[in-house]
Design a protein around this ligand. Sequence first.
Ligand code: PMP
Length: 395
Amino acid sequence: MTYHFSKRVPQSDVDAVGDILKVAGDPKVMSFAGGLPAPELFPVEQVKKATDKVLEEKGRAALQYGSSQGVPELRNVILDRLKVEGIDTDADHVMVATGSQQSIDLTGKMFIDEGSTVIVEDPTYLTAIDVFRSYGAHFVGVDMDEDGMRMDSLEEALKNNPDTRLIYTVPTFQNPTGRTMTLARRKKLVELAEKYDVLVLEDNPYGAIRWEGEHLPALKSFDKSNHVIYMGTMSKIFAPGLRLGWVVADPKLIKKYTMMKQSADLHTDSLAQYVAAEYFAENDINEHIAKITALYHKREQLMVNAVDKYFPAGVTHSNPEGGMFLWVMVPGVKDSQKLFDAALKRNVAIVPGDPFFGNETIPGTFRMNYSNTPEDKIEDGVKRLAEAIEEVMAA
Ligand code: PMP
């Protein structure tokens, strides 16, 4: 059979990131590569209780087809979460999605044609790049610094690309850098979106996991003219396996999302939605988030201390105040893959920076994850990684 694939299918069979995660899954390898929450904190017993109760009390509804916009009980829970981000809205503005990954996909499907410009942070979440690329996006990368996306670079990109369809941003504890956009830049971004009449897709999976600094409101909270689409998820505060996310937008747009979702998967898993709503009704989610935050903070401190102690002079890193990732920049290294190869020789895995860029990369960069590595293993892994970096820098 000769397969005649659509343009959306990647031409190459090389799955660089998949291959990295595969080797990182080898028990011999200490992996700083993935982006997984700490499974020891999943509230298994409470979810079991919630599931039993849902099956007992509304088993038939939970196993039946449901509304594409989502179970009302869960949308109410989501409205409470949104208040924490400064977004005061109602259930008509919310659609439940199958993880925020689906919100990204539906947004790409709705707004991107072959050749459409999408502005992204340089670097950004690599699976969003894959999605937008599959719909034919032309990427324009915007520089970042420790305060997030640079607004002068963004305005220049908007001036040079008047046909921009979307600005995609992860403003808080960004994947892959761990950086956070300042309050002033958040306001400025919304102003620029209005001035140039461009949509913003705000992706906020990590915002609740903060151990330092002041909680910052979502971009969406400053949006008075429907220029911002907001996405959230249960994945990092509760359980990624349930695949529960949400998109928040103008009801007119939510109607379109709901129609597109119908075509994609009819609706998000009803049982998962009822169970999550029940879990949130019976448990204190803030207490749970506090536990996650304390553990990740401990791991982040161990990682940063070890990095500062062992990495060669000149190597710099981001200073996350929350979230799950550390971004490392090694001077003088042209090929980030070499860092990965040298680390793997020492049974440590990281994700080299290249796939996090829409087009031009910043060489010598990589991402480290700390949420998924037990405290007693972090220093040893960083020590070995330091030797790998030394070797590549000396070559
Ligand atoms: N956006 C970002 C920035 C992410 O890091 C992730 C997951 N790693 C997602 C979206 C997708 O998350 P989910 O579909 O589990 O909500």
